[in-house]
Design a binder for this molecule. Structure first.
Ligand code: NAP
Length: 276
């Protein structure tokens, strides 16, 4: 969808972090935006900032764990703005721990927010987009979904699921006027979940790299405009390593501890007393 001016977008996880930056980038492109999330004040403040940028914007608060909220979210967004042209499934949660130290509730909760909610929201918006002959759905996954770091298994599994659903939807709707993109950020500096790790003294290194939050937001908009299948935005040239990993999975197993990835997530898990 090359032209975003006047289009209507629903963005989950719009109350802060990467989502608030994607919301601003959508508004800069002239799109009207519904932002959703649980923190009502933060959401209201993002929505009012977007209105000051000259677009229509609404905050629709709610918890993505709740099926009733998921069912109402698209309806409430469409009554606020009109039919949706863009859905950005950005909300996500990450919890590092040794696999056996997750509670069963944490495992299913992460799947609910990171994977089930995007599937259900996409299931709700897609028929309308197909009928109107226009639409784009963005899934915000992670590099973790490409390589499965230690101490981040459930999170990585949900993100791998988003990569797979994007591939499948693109394959199925290849001739339809609706597009699908998956964004796989690496460590994103500025705000958000990685920045909170940094503030607790745990950071990436030169090999793993970092990228900037504004860059991730801009690439999300570009993915809509150019119907990009998959964007990897990590600040380092990762694709060759990932390609080698496809040819030789053992190679990735050996690379992850050497570049410090295993240790970083082990330290995050240890900071929560969950590394062993
Ligand atoms: N930051 C990174 O380095 C990085 C790297 C790779 C991928 N990502 C992905 O990028 C996306 C955004 O990450 P971020 O760093 O911006 O994270 P963040 O700062 O923790 O923000 C997460 C967003 O998701 C919303 N959210 C979480 N649980 C929710 C729930 N149960 N119901 C409704 N909304 C919920 C939060 O809103 P409320 O708190 O208001 O509910 C918030 O707006 C995530 O999908 C994440 O996995 C981030």
């Amino acid at each position: 969808m090359r032209e975003l001016h006047g289009r209507n977008a629903l963005l989950t996880g719009g109350s802060g972090g990467i989502g608030a930056h994607i919301a601003r980038a959508l508004a800069r492109a002239g799109a009207n935006v519904v932002v959703s999330g649980r923190r009502e004040e933060a959401l209201a403040s993002v929505a009012s900032e977007l209105r000051e940028m000259g677009v229509r914007a609404e905050a629709v608060p709610g918890d993505l764990h709740e099926r009733a909220h998921l069912e109402a979210l698209v309806e409430r967004s469409e009554s606020a703005l009109g039919p949706l042209d863009v859905l950005v499934n950005n909300a996500g949660v990450e919890l590092a721990a040794a696999f056996t130290r997750y509670t069963r509730e944490e495992l299913t909760s992460m799947i609910d927010v990171n994977l089930t909610a995007p599937l259900l929201l996409t299931h709700s918006v897609l028929p309308g987009m197909l009928a109107r002959g226009r639409g784009h759905v963005v899934f915000v996954a992670s590099v973790a979904g490409k390589l499965g770091p230690a101490y981040a298994g459930p999170y990585a599994a949900t993100k791998a699921g988003l990569i797979a659903i994007t591939q499948s939807l693109r394959a199925q709707y290849v001739h339809a006027p609706v597009g699908f993109s998956v964004i796989c950020p690496g460590f994103v500096a500025g705000e958000g979940m990685y920045q909170r790790m940094v503030e607790q003294g745990m950071s990436s290194n030169r090999v793993m790299g970092t990228t900037k939050i504004e860059k991730v937001a801009d690439r999300a908009i570009d993915s809509i405009r150019r119907d990009r299948p998959e964007v990897i935005e990590s600040g380092t040239p990762l694709r060759p390593v990932l390609a080698l990993g496809q040819l030789s999975p053992r190679l990735i197993e050996r690379v992850m501890p050497r570049i410090g990835l295993t240790d970083l997530f082990r330290r995050v898990a240890a900071s929560r007393g969950r590394a062993s």
